[in-house]
Design a protein around this ligand. Structure first.
Ligand SMILES: Nc1ncnc2c1ncn2[C@@H]1O[C@H](COP(=O)(O)OP(=O)(O)OP(=O)(O)O)[C@@H](O)[C@H]1O
Ligand SMILES: [Mg+2]
Length: 235
């Protein structure tokens, strides 16, 4: 007889190292190089569906579940693009059961000193656009465009800057993957995918400039994408 595995114990909402608009992000208690994402209790798929208008509110509940969506996108990534994607996105380990509900486990992006990598938004706010960051972004643009990587708008809090020796070395997209229309021909037509990826990259460039201007004007940072130093788990 097989026994079902006990759910992974996460030490409550306040133990999350980050909180997105939809999910809480935890370090995997048994694997420091993995994270587990669970839905925020106040952002359940049922609640999100109830907020949508007709006809979107007729879609099955799983369409409002970020973890389900992300797994579907990763299956497509693997099929259409393959392992080259993992230069630019974390590896997905798969679904796990937790005491806080269903979770999705993936590679946790850390700097080479062990600290959890900062979101691009926070990095720009703290350090501005250094030469090393410009070079890492240029390499990201090149690869993302070449592969025709599928994404919604590339938001500054959904990219992280992985540093080596204290300087940016690699940009990784940790959320917002997949074309907005699941059946778009871009999945099968690489030139179309590249054209769309180029537009997303142009949008990212504009978002960087807007953030730097906001910083110049001493305006507030905004609600999303700040990782407290203590939460970076520098071990
Ligand atoms: N694999 C990862 N490696 C490092 N940091 C991560 C990873 N995944 C998430 N994070 C951190 O957690 C934050 C929130 O994660 P994520 O964007 O997945 O949550 P979300 O609720 O889906 O976001 P959104 O508000 O865009 O819907 C990110 O901004 C990032 O700082
Ligand atoms: Mg996000």
């Amino acid at each position: 007889m097989t026994t079902a595995q006990a759910p992974i114990h996460l030490a409550g909402e306040q133990a999350a190292f980050a909180r997105g608009g939809n999910r809480l992000i935890f370090i995997h208690p048994e694997d420091a190089d993995a994270c587990i994402k669970v839905q925020r209790p106040d952002r359940s798929p049922a609640r999100k569906r109830a907020e949508r208008r007709f006809p979107r509110n007729l879609r099955p509940l799983r369409h409002f579940d970020d973890n389900w969506q992300e797994q579907r996108v990763y299956r497509r990534l693997q099929h259409h693009i393959g392992s080259a994607s993992f230069d630019y996105v974390p590896r997905l380990h798969g679904p796990v059961a937790t005491n806080l509900g269903p979770g999705l486990c993936s590679e946790l992006i850390r700097d080479d000193d062990g600290a959890i990598s900062l979101p691009l938004k926070q990095y720009l706010w703290l350090h501005g656009q250094s030469a090393a960051l410009t070079a890492a972004l240029a390499e990201f643009h090149r690869g993302w465009q070449h592969l025709g990587m599928p994404s919604r708008a590339l938001l500054l809090h959904n990219l992280v800057v992985q540093c080596q020796g204290g300087v940016p070395a690699r940009i990784v997209v940790i959320d917002g993957l997949g074309w907005p229309q699941p059946l778009t021909p871009a999945w099968w037509c690489r030139p179309l995918a590249r054209r769309k990826a180029r537009k997303r990259l142009a949008g990212l460039q504009r978002a960087i400039l807007r953030l730097l201007e906001k910083r110049e004007r001493n305006e507030p940072y905004g609600v999303h994408g700040w990782l407290e130093e203590a939460g970076r788990d520098r071990t």
